[in-house]
Design a binder for this molecule. Structure first.
Ligand code: ABU
Length: 504
């Protein structure tokens, strides 16, 4: 019985595998029960709704005691976590860009964790480093980047812990490319680097400017049009404006699939401007990068072959488990030159093998998690055709969602026709339907509707969807379906739920 056993009855504290197996089988059994329940579509996303912090604190003993817990108690805690936490893998969790529980990814993470390797050197993680190099090469091939250098490589890159960090890598690489002297000397001698970005870029762009001492005041935003896209003319105008202030624009960032609207900026046109002014072009495709996987959607990234760097998150549209984000750089050696510190105990210059596979000295981190196995397994399992079908299925679901909402006017009102998977809409309760939509009072009252419905939703635990304000728009819902488990039946059920919760 596990209640009479402790960690000392498990390997590596004992060589007897019996208790270890019982413990692991019990954990696997718990996971299987969780996944079974998760895929019952009418089951709740949050059982008994979101609790208060005080209630969760009562449910768990978060404090660590002098005496350790027995194995039964450890498993009971795991069970309680699975019971009470938000089920972000549920088909009706459409709150975030990353969703779902992917069985292949799960196995990838289990094997990764079993090995517990560190990506920083080839000697510690040889197969994973080769695997990462191969998959990143393939991702760059999808961008159409040319082979260069003596090793005939089509660029560089690394898997980073999330899109924000991938974007930080892009700014760092661009800064080093333009001003290599800053690495040692800092920003001095009158250098005034500046960045031009779309106002709808991910906030991590500005944060990268803060981290890298560019300063957020030196980040100049370009307003998008009503469809959420910037124009190349407006980017050029902003570059010229910065130049008139004596600033040197070294970096332009646009987005392939903006976080809220899902808009795609015109890469081809903006790349012409960036070439003209010799500015690094970064495309943040954390969300929309995976449209490269289908012949029906890859036109959305037309011009990506001319970008200098590209963020692409398999943990969003490709359903790979968090975290899995690629930063791809078209230029060789910039990452290494920007980040190299030559720590002698890891990156010995006299190693007996090809040290270009020691990825650690080109990264911001030292230790790095193995994110590649789940991605590689997921891609191997689906193949190119499987992923094309996956992306097309998600686009089809978004279209169905949009059309279903149109049929439910005047209770549902669209913010815009979805440019991609993001479906943005207002719920308009009966009491607001006869208001003049142009009045401030209407906007102020509509602004309060989505948070109220969300509160009711979290209390009932039936589904989860995100909301936000953007530009002059009052709070609206953003429906995202990146989970292949979400069906048309779920979409109809979720629309019904919002309608039920939206009563006056
Ligand atoms: N990194 C952007 C994630 C935002 C979202 O999931 O809604």
């Amino acid at each position: 019985a596990l209640n009479e056993r402790t960690y000392k009855n498990l390997v590596p504290y004992t060589s007897d595998m019996k208790t270890t197996k019982t413990f692991l089988f019990a954990a696997i059994d718990m996971i299987l029960r969780y996944i079974t329940e998760l895929n019952e579509h009418d089951s709740p996303v949050i059982k008994n709704g979101l609790r208060t912090p005080a209630e969760y604190r009562k449910m768990f003993t978060f404090e660590i005691d002098d005496q350790g817990s027995d194995l039964y108690d450890i498993l009971a805690n795991c069970e309680r976590i699975l019971e009470t936490t938000v089920r972000s893998g549920h088909p009706r969790f459409i709150n975030q860009l990353s969703q779902g529980v992917d069985t292949i990814s799960l196995v990838g993470e289990m094997i990764t964790s079993t090995i517990n390797a560190n990506m920083f050197t080839y000697e510690v993680a040889p197969v994973f480093n080769l695997m990462e190099e191969s998959v990143l090469t393939h991702m760059r091939d999808c961008c159409g980047w040319p082979k260069q250098g003596p090793l005939s490589k089509n660029g560089d890159g690394v898997l980073a812990p999330g899109g924000a960090l991938s974007n930080l890598y892009a700014v760092l690489a661009a800064k080093h490319y333009a001003f290599p002297q800053i690495k040692k000397g800092g920003i001095q001698n009158g250098l005034r680097p500046a960045m031009v970005i779309s106002k709808h870029c991910h906030y991590s762009m500005k944060r990268a400017a803060a981290i890298l001492s560019i300063g957020t005041d030196q980040v100049y935003e370009v307003d998008p049009d009503e469809s959420g896209r910037v124009t190349a003319e407006n980017i050029e105008e902003k570059i010229l404006y910065c130049q008139s202030l004596g600033l040197t624009v070294f970096f332009v960032a646009i987005t392939a699939g903006t976080t809220v609207f899902g808009a795609f900026d015109p890469i081809e046109e903006v790349s012409v401007i960036c070439r003209k002014y010799n500015v690094w072009l970064h495309v943040d495709g954390a969300w929309g990068g995976s449209t490269l996987l289908s012949p029906k959607t890859k036109h959305l990234l037309q011009g990506i072959d001319k970008a200098d760097s590209f963020t692409w998150n398999p943990h969003k549209l490709m359903s790979i488990h968090l975290q899995c984000s690629a930063i791809l750089i078209r230029h060789l050696n910039v990452l290494q030159e920007a980040n190299q510190m030559c720590a002698g105990y890891l990156f010995q210059p006299d190693k007996h093998y090809e040290t270009s596979l020691d990825t650690g000295d080109k990264t911001i981190q030292c230790g790095r998690h193995v994110d590649i196995l789940k991605l590689w397994l997921g891609w191997k399992a689906r193949g190119h055709l499987g992923y094309a079908e996956h992306v097309e299925g998600l686009v089809e679901n978004a279209k169905f969602f949009y059309e279903a909402l149109l049929k439910r006017e005047p209770y549902f009102r669209m913010v815009m026709k979805p440019p991609f998977i993001n479906v943005c809409f207002w719920y308009v309760p009966s009491s607001l339907q006869h208001y003049d939509q142009t009045t401030l009072e209407y906007k102020q009252r509509l602004d309060k509707v989505a948070p109220k419905i969300k509160e009711r939703m979290m209390n009932s635990g039936t589904m989860m969807i995100g909301y936000q304000r953007l530009d002059d728009y009052p709070n609206f819902f953003r429906a995202i379906i990146s989970n292949p488990a979400t069906t048309k039946g779920d979409i109809v059920a979720m629309i019904d739920t919002i309608h039920e919760l939206g009563h006056d």
